[in-house]
Design a protein around this ligand. Structure first.
Ligand code: XMP
Length: 419
């Protein structure tokens, strides 16, 4: 088993980014013996990009930066992630993209259970990376693990693809960002001169769109997920530029990132049932706030993940159609209380639907949250017209989606991702 070395910063990058960078350079140089090659996997996210830049700055051409195209990466404005990543590291001599799509599809598609899917993904990731590291002759791997990843993995909240993994032939794993939260990593990214498109990015889960294409994945469902996720990111970006003048806003008083994440999840348009107690519960909260009863409250025969008392749950999704336009605080109250009391993982409100939604194969949920550290999160108060715009676009563009919802559940009781 490789030893794990985690850097414990003396100075926070928020206080003094230059002092942080100096400290981390010294740490990397001390951890890596002369002539030892370091594999630095690059997912495209800010954490692994920052680590790769730091390692490269510390040890130069001994850095092997590898981006694995798993096939579950997102597209952004119709551009593939691998294309974007390739443009971000022109200075790294030993940079490469590995096309592992077929291997991942073969092993991950067809898996139903969320945790099994994560495990299948992790296994493919390890095998692919092991092959690359063997080819490169690397004895050390650097990882973009950050503090919340460690807290959640140690708390057994989920299996993460990049935490606590035993790689073949690797003697040491270095984690230069292990003491940082996301906003601190962004400060380092900016100080290192990374492009805004590389550091002002929303976090993206290691298993990528495989955990947003809920349940068994088929090529068609994955294609729909890629399209709708891109639509949500584009709509959100446009809204943020209009309202805040920036794609991502950092609240100086709360430290919150707005949005922390915004994406779409796709699930099968499966049979629904009307759960009496949940209907009463929703209607009671609506009536307490002075609004009409819901048009419908249905429990989908589809499960997604939630988290209660630090334990991960896998439970059905509630879909609510409202008659009135209900203020955000009432929606969040419904999202917080109803799923938990009714053995569900989350509550969604309908924002768009076709005339006959049951004739279409898929349903889509838009999830946009604010958060500081991803350990807790709240749905973002995005105005209905922006959500409607995304909903109409999704329905028009894909022609396979029966209804589009907005997820109103905080974390807890829901997780940010769906699996
Ligand atoms: P959840 O869904 O657990 O997500 O509330 C919290 C944050 O973690 C991201 N996430 C992951 N990041 N590997 C990662 O590097 C993973 O396996 C993984 N799963 C979730 C998620 O996108 C959110 O920001």
């Amino acid at each position: 088993m490789a030893t794990i070395s985690r850097y414990n910063p003396i100075v926070s990058p928020m206080k003094d980014h230059n002092a942080f960078i100096e400290g981390v350079m010294e740490y990397i140089q001390n951890e890596v013996d002369a002539d030892t090659r370091v594999e630095s996997p690059i997912s495209g996210g800010v954490d692994s990009s920052v680590v790769t830049k730091l390692v490269h700055r510390a040890i130069g051409d001994l850095t092997y930066g590898t981006h694995i195209d798993t096939g579950f990466m997102r597209i952004m404005k119709r551009r593939e992630e691998s294309e974007i990543v390739s443009g971000c590291f022109p200075d790294i001599k030993n940079f490469g993209v590995v096309d592992a799509r077929d291997f991942f599809y073969k092993n991950v598609m067809g898996v139903q259970d969320a945790e099994d899917k994560r495990k299948a993904f992790i296994q493919c990731y390890i095998t692919t990376l092991n092959n690359e590291m063997k080819k490169h002759g690397c004895k050390i791997i650097s990882q973009g693990t950050i503090k919340p990843d460690i807290i959640e993995t140690d708390g057994h909240v989920k299996s993460q693809h990049n935490v606590n993994i035993n790689f073949e032939g690797i003697e040491k794993q270095i984690e230069p960002l292990a003491g940082l939260y996301k906003h601190e990593v962004r400060a380092v990214a900016k100080a290192l001169g990374l492009k805004e498109e590389a550091y002002l990015r929303q976090p993206f889960p290691g298993p990528g769109l495989s955990v947003r294409t809920v349940g068994v994945i088929t090529p068609e469902k994955l294609m729909v997920e890629k399209q709708v996720n891109d639509i949500v990111e584009q709509t959100l970006n446009k809204y943020m530029m209009k309202e805040y003048g920036v794609a991502m806003y950092f609240d100086p008083t709360t430290g919150e990132q707005i949005p922390f994440q915004g994406f779409a999840a796709t699930f099968d348009n499966r049979q629904k049932e009307a759960p009496d107690k949940a209907i009463d519960h929703v209607n009671r909260l609506l009536s307490d706030a002075g609004f009409a009863d819901a048009g419908s409250v249905l429990k989908l025969n589809i499960k997604a993940t939630g988290v209660t008392n630090g334990k991960r749950r896998y439970a059905p999704i509630l879909c609510i159609a409202l008659r009135d336009e209900v203020p955000y605080d009432v929606l969040v109250r419904i999202g917080k209380e109803v799923p938990l009391a009714n053995r569900c993982s989350r509550a969604l409100i309908q924002i768009e639907s076709v005339d006959n939604p049951f004739e279409k194969d898929y349903l889509v949920s838009i999830r946009i949250v604010r958060s500081t550290d991803a350990i807790t999160a709240v749905p973002m108060d995005v105005p209905l017209d922006a959500l409607n715009h995304a909903g109409e676009w999704i329905i028009g563009e894909t022609n396979k989606v029966g209804a589009v919802y907005y997820d109103i559940t905080p974390k807890p009781p829901a997780t940010i991702e769906y699996e």
